[in-house]
Design a protein around this ligand. Structure first.
Ligand code: UD1
Ligand code: MG
Length: 449
C-alpha cells in the first residue's frame, strides 16, 4: 500500500528566540526537519509534502536539498494543524493509499513506529500515535473508550478530569489520504485557541462510524523541540544513543562521552576512535580503521586499515583508500588518496589525487586556489614529495617522481623525474661566526651607553 508524508513545518518557533526557522536548527549536524524526513523516507513514500510558513524559502531549500522530489506547499497564515494539513491537499491530488502527518520539530519518531501505525490501519480508519507522559503538561489528551479512541481534547479546552489523563497525543496521525482530507473538511475553529485543530478529526471520524486506534510509543520518541534548552537536551540524548549503538556494533570508542556523531555517521566493526573526535554529516569509516584523538571529519570516507590523526581534518570529498595514513595537522579536501599513500604532517591536500604508496612530505601544500578558480593537482603512484613543497595547481607529478624539499612546483613533473624549484644555496666560510661577534659587540656597547 503506497504511503505519502505530510510534514508540518510552518510554525515560527518563537521560543527558540532565533532568526533561523525552528525546523532548520541542526541536531547532530542536520536540520530538525531532515530528521523527520529521513524517518519517513525509510517507508519509501510515494509523495512527500512539506508545509512551510515562517522562513518558507529557507525551509523549502533545506527540504529540497534532502529530497529533490519533495512538494513544498505554503501556509500563509498559521490557522492550526488541520489548516496546515489541508494545504497539502492539492499536492496529494490523485494519490491512493495512506498519508502520515509528521511534525518538522519532532526529530526522534522511529520508522518502526510509523510502520506499526500503518499496520494498525488494517483495523482502524484513523490511527493516532500516543504516549504515556510523565508530565502531560499542555499536550492534547486521548479520551479512550476501551481500545477505541473517541476524541482528542486539547489542553486549553480540557476539563480537570480530562487534564488528569496521562495518555497524550504525539501529533503523528495516519489515515487514507482521501479520508484524511474529507475529515478535515468538517473541522471548525470553535475552540479556546480559535484554531483548526487536526485533533478534531478523531471525534468527526467516530461520528461517521469510523474506527480510530492508538499506537503507543515511548515518550522520548515524540519529544518536540521548542527551546534552545530542549534542543541541547535532544542533542545530548541523541549523542548518548549513537555512542551506545556504536559500542554495540563493535566500534571501540576510547572515551565515548567525548565523541560527537552526526545523524548519518557509519562506522564499521573493530574501528577504533580515540578521544575528542567530531563526525560531521556524511562520514563512513570502514572496519578496522583508526581515527586518533582530536580529529574532525565531514563528508568523507575512510577505508579499512587507514589511520587518521591525531589532529587531522577530513573535509567533504576526502576519500582515503586502504592503509592510507593522514597525520597531525593535515587537512584533506576533495581529494582521493590511493592505497598506502601517506600524508603525515602539517599539510593541505585539496582538489587532488594522490597515487598509491606516494609519500607526501611535511608541510606540503596543494596551492589549489588562484583567488577565482580552483585547480587540480595530480600526483602519481610511488612518488616522493619533499617536505615543504608548494604544488601550484593545475599541476601533475608523475609516477615514481620526486620533488626537492622547499620546491615551488609550477610545471608538470614527468614519471621518474626529480624536480627542484628552489633558490641555489650559497655558503660563505666563517661569515656566521663573524656576524654573530659583530652583533654581540653592538649589543654590549648599547647596554653600556
Ligand atoms: C499539537 C497537538 C496536540 C499534541 C501536540 C504534540 C493539535 C491541535 N494539537 O499541539 O494535541 O499533543 O501537538 O506536540 O494538533 N503547525 C503548522 N501550521 C499551523 C499550526 C501548526 O505548520 O497552522 C505545525 C507547527 O510548526 C508544529 C506542529 O504543526 O510543527 C504542531 O503545532 P503546535 O502549534 O506546536 O501544536 P501544539 O499546540 O503543540
Ligand atoms: Mg508544539
Amino acid at each position: 500500500m503506497p504511503v505519502s508524508l505530510i510534514l508540518l513545518a510552518a510554525g515560527q518557533g518563537t521560543r527558540m528566540n532565533s532568526d533561523l526557522p525552528k525546523v532548520l536548527h541542526p541536531l547532530a549536524g542536520v536540520p530538525l526537519l531532515v530528521h523527520a524526513m529521513r524517518a519517513g523516507a525509510v517507508l519509501g513514500p510515494e509523495r512527500v509534502v512539506v508545509v512551510t510558513g515562517h522562513g518558507a524559502e529557507a525551509v523549502a531549500k533545506a527540504a529540497r536539498a534532502e529530497d529533490p522530489e519533495v512538494a513544498v506547499v505554503h501556509q500563509a497564515e498559521q490557522l492550526g494543524t488541520a489548516h496546515a494539513v489541508a494545504q497539502a491537499r492539492r499536492a496529494l491530488d490523485g494519490v491512493v493509499g495512506d498519508a502520515v502527518v509528521l511534525y518538522g520539530d519532532t526529530p526522534f519518531v522511529r520508522p518502526e513506529t510509523i510502520e506499526a501505525m500503518l499496520e494498525a490501519r488494517a483495523q482502524h480508519a484513523v490511527v493516532v500515535l500516543g504516549f504515556e507522559a510523565a508530565d502531560p503538561g499542555r499536550y492534547g489528551r486521548l479520551v479512550m473508550a476501551g481500545d477505541s479512541l473517541e476524541r482528542i481534547v486539547e489542553f486549553k479546552d480540557a476539563t480537570d478530569a480530562e487534564r488528569a489523563i496521562r495518555l497524550c497525543n504525539s501529533g503523528v496521525v495516519c489515515a487514507q489520504a482521501s479520508t484524511l482530507f474529507e475529515l478535515i473538511d468538517s473541522v471548525g475553529n470553535q475552540n479556546a485557541a480559535g484554531e483548526y485543530y487536526l485533533t478534531d478529526i478523531v471525534a468527526i471520524a467516530r461520528q461517521k462510524g469510523l474506527s480510530v486506534g492508538v499506537v503507543r510509543c515511548d515518550e522520548a520518541e515524540t519529544l518536540g523541540i521548542n527551546t534552545r534548552a530542549e534542543l541541547a537536551g535532544a542533542e545530548a540524548a541523541f549523542q548518548a544513543r549513537m555512542r551506545a549503538e556504536a559500542l554495540d556494533l563493535g566500534v571501540t570508542l576510547i572515551a565515548p562521552e567525548t565523541i560527537h556523531f552526526a545523524q548519518d555517521t557509519v562506522i564499521g566493526r573493530d574501528a577504533v576512535v580515540g578521544p575528542n573526535v567530531v563526525f560531521g554529516p556524511g562520514v563512513t569509516v570502514e572496519s578496522g580503521a583508526e581515527i586518533r584523538a582530536f580529529c574532525h571529519l565531514e563528508g568523507c570516507h575512510v577505508s579499512r586499515g587507514a589511520k587518521v590523526g591525531p589532529f587531522a581534518r577530513l573535509r567533504p570529498g576526502a576519500e582515503l583508500a586502504e592503509d592510507v595514513h593522514v597525520g597531525n595537522f593535515v587537512e584533506i579536501k576533495a581529494a582521493i588518496l590511493d592505497e598506502g599513500a601517506k600524508v603525515n604532517h602539517l599539510s593541505y591536500i585539496g582538489d587532488a589525487h594522490v597515487g598509491e604508496k606516494t609519500n607526501i612530505g611535511a608541510g606540503t601544500i596543494t596551492c589549489n586556489y588562484d583567488g577565482v578558480f580552483k585547480h587540480r593537482t595530480e600526483i602519481g603512484a610511488r612518488a616522493f614529495i619533499g617536505s615543504d613543497t608548494m604544488l601550484v595547481a593545475p599541476v601533475r607529478v608523475g609516477n615514481d617522481a620526486m620533488t626537492g624539499s622547499g620546491s615551488v612546483i609550477t610545471e608538470d613533473v614527468p614519471d621518474g623525474a626529480m624536480a627542484l624549484g628552489r633558490a641555489q644555496q650559497t655558503t660563505k666560510p666563517g661569515l656566521g661566526l663573524r656576524m654573530m661577534q659583530r652583533l654581540r659587540a653592538l649589543k654590549a656597547k648599547k647596554s653600556e651607553g
